[in-house]
Structure formats: C-alpha cells, structure tokens
Design a protein around this ligand. Sequence first.
Ligand code: TRP
Length: 452
Amino acid sequence: MNNSDRGSFSGKIAIVLATAGSAVGLGNVWRFPYMAGENGGATFIVIYFVCILLLGIPGMLSEFIVGRHGGSNAARSYDKMSKGGLWRLVGYLGILTSLIILGFYAVVAGWCLQYLFASIAGQLNGDAAYVKDYFATFSSDALRPVLWGVAFVVITHLVVVRGVRSGIERASKLLMPILLILLIVIVIASCMLPGAMEGVWFLLKPDFSKVTGRVMLDALGQAFFSLSLGTACLCTYASYYAKETNLLYAAGQIALLDTLIAILAGLMIFPAAASVGVNPDSGPSLIFITLPSVFQQAFAAMPLVGYVVGVMFYALLVFAALTSTISMHEIGTAFFTEELHLPRRRSAWVITIAASLICIFCSLSVGACDIQVMGMALLDFCDQLTANFMLPLGGMLTCLFVGWFVPKALVKDEFTNQGTLNHRFFELYLFAVRFVCPVCIVMIFLHQLGVI
Ligand code: TRP
C-alpha cells in the first residue's frame, strides 16, 4: 500500500493537534495526579520534568524519525530503516503494549463516561463521604463499569474505522483548546477553596530526601505514558506526517502542552483534596473522589455554573481519553491492515475484541472479582507492567536503534528535513539517544531490581 492510500494529515496545525490529542488524556488528568500523590508531590514533579527533557523529547524525536521515514505501520517502519533484521520486534512490542494499555485505559475512560452521565443527572451531589462512597459503590458493581469500559472501546473502534483524516483530526482540533481553558477555570476555583494552600505547597515544595528508586521509576514511567512514548504510537502517527514537518519543533510543542496540562490537573486536584480532606495518596480513585466536591463547593454560590462546569469537564475528559484511545487502536489496526492484508474494518475488530477482553478482566479486578497478579489487582498490574517496564524498554530500544544502528546521515536527513532545517541541536540529540537515554533507563531498571 503506498503512502497516498493511507491518507495523511491535512495541515501543520492538524498534525501537532492530533499527536497532542494522543498525548493529552487520562495520563495527564487521572494518572499524573495520582502518581504525584503517591510519590510525594513536588519531588516527583521535579524528577518528572527531568525525564521529559532528557529522555522524553529525544525519545519522541526518535519515534518521529523512524515513523516518517518508514511511512507505514510500526513494524515495517523499523524494517525499512534497518533493512530487515530483528528490529521489527520493537514494532511488535509496541503493538502489544498499546493493546494492553488500551484494555485498562478503557476501564478508567468508562468511569469517566459514567461520571459524565451521573453529573448530567445531578447524582454526584453530596458531602465528601457521599462522593467517596459513590465511587466505591459504582466501581465494585459487577456489570456497569464493565459495560462502560467495553462501550468505550467500541466508540474508539467506530472512530478508527472512519479513517485517519476525518476521525482523529476533527476531534482533536476543536476540543483541546476548550479543555485547556476549562482546566484553568477549575484550577482557579479549586485554589480558592478554604484550606487549599496546603495542596498547592504539596506541589511546589520538593523534599529531595524522599527520592527513592521507586519515585524515579514512577516518574520515568509516567513521562513515557503521558507522551504516548514507547509503543511506536508516535511512530505510527509520524508515518502520516508531511516531509516539511519540523520534528524537533513538534516534539517540543507537544511535550510542553502535555506537561502544562498535567501540572494544571495537579493544581486542580491537590488544593481541592486538601480542602475536602482527601488523602493525596488515594490511588487511582483520587480524581473521582475529589472532583465532584470541587464542582459543588467551589461554585456553591452559583450552583448552575458548577453544574455546567462539571458536565463540560467530564465531557471533555471523555474526548481527551478518546483521542488517546484512538491512537492506541490505530497502531494495531494499521499493522494488521498493512501486514496481514486484512480489510481495515476487520483489523479494527481484531483489536477491539482483544482490548475488550482485557478491559473486562481489568474492570472486574477492581470491582466484583478478586483477580490478582503478583499481589496487585489486574488493572494495577497492567498499568505498572506497561508504564514502568514495557514503555521505557520500547523507548530505549528505539533510541538505541536510531542512535547506533541507523546510518547517521539518514537520521540527520530526517532531523533536518533533507538539510533544509537548522541542525544546531543534532549532535546534542544524537548524544542523548546514544548515551543519556539508554544509560539512565538501564540504571533506573537496575536500581529497581536492587542490582545498584
Ligand atoms: N498519552 C496518553 C495519555 O496521557 C495515553 C496514550 C495514548 C499512550 N497513546 C499511548 C500511552 C501510547 C502509551 C502509549 O493519556
């Protein structure tokens, strides 16, 4: 299949927005606050910044380079750059990782759908204890969360089979700016709650005596998860990029926007949590047991405004999650379509069915059934396995590939768009992918295993 059959993104803005749509999602609004909360707040955030800058941006660039050069699905793109060989396994790893992520991510996205409908129906009003209880009751139901999760996978499926251009592009173009503005409004409201300052300090005052191997691994995993890095997702998206796209600029912009949204989400959650007495280390339920109180209490004098802000927020969160699940789905769908020559619709069904199965078991594992792997609920296990192991591994292999195995001239051609762009940062980039990324990731892994 040649490039023109695959479709491509229409303009410069659409490319950045669609990739940003993949990056911005529950990773920023749900996972970042809960990870920061469990790892001491500000300390975690500082390490997270370092990971984004030193490992995230070079990693993104590497996936962009492989993807745009290859112009096809993840596995074949690796093949094209390496002239055969085992590197296509990195593509396979990415496809598997993104499938697992899609499965458990849909569970949380399903919770967001439930909260959207509950907020429309006004069911989330009550004191802090009621809000906490609401989540516990809903998430342990045997059927409802499972249905919402599977519904989310099916919605993703429907968008994906409509093709890249019409589905992905249109959705991300419109909603991202609205989400940003709404977040800022909620941050202001949240910071004005009584006792909110304690939560702000939690985010701003690092305590470096609290840095452990665990904090570093979580920050690393979160950085990769949030940037959609390490599954060849960015590689698949970049295969639709135009030859003129400035890859460095795109990576920088997306990383900046993504980090900004995560920080805003933190500033939205922690002050409110401090104010209503929710512990920062409440885990995956953190945003669900905090947000309903914000919408009620911060807008107590104007209940209608609180209602509208709440409903809009959950709606946008659902859309942000959807632009992310679309990208996870697209990786596998593009692969099956191009490698196994299945019709696109059928490839999409393969992914949808597999992801739905993972979603069902993950959802049950935190609700009605006790499904545990290595002492964790299946959902937490999938989350930990992918974010803290598979993504950094995939990202590291991509960096090693581009840094050591692809001819330097070819990498430079992609980096500088055939020499038309400034190459001031090229050597720095090459140093990062050859040495900084692999060494840091291996050290964090070894430290976690207790070797160093
Ligand atoms: N980055 C997305 C988020 O923050 C999640 C995501 C989308 C993702 N595609 C991915 C994570 C591919 C890892 C790999 O919500």
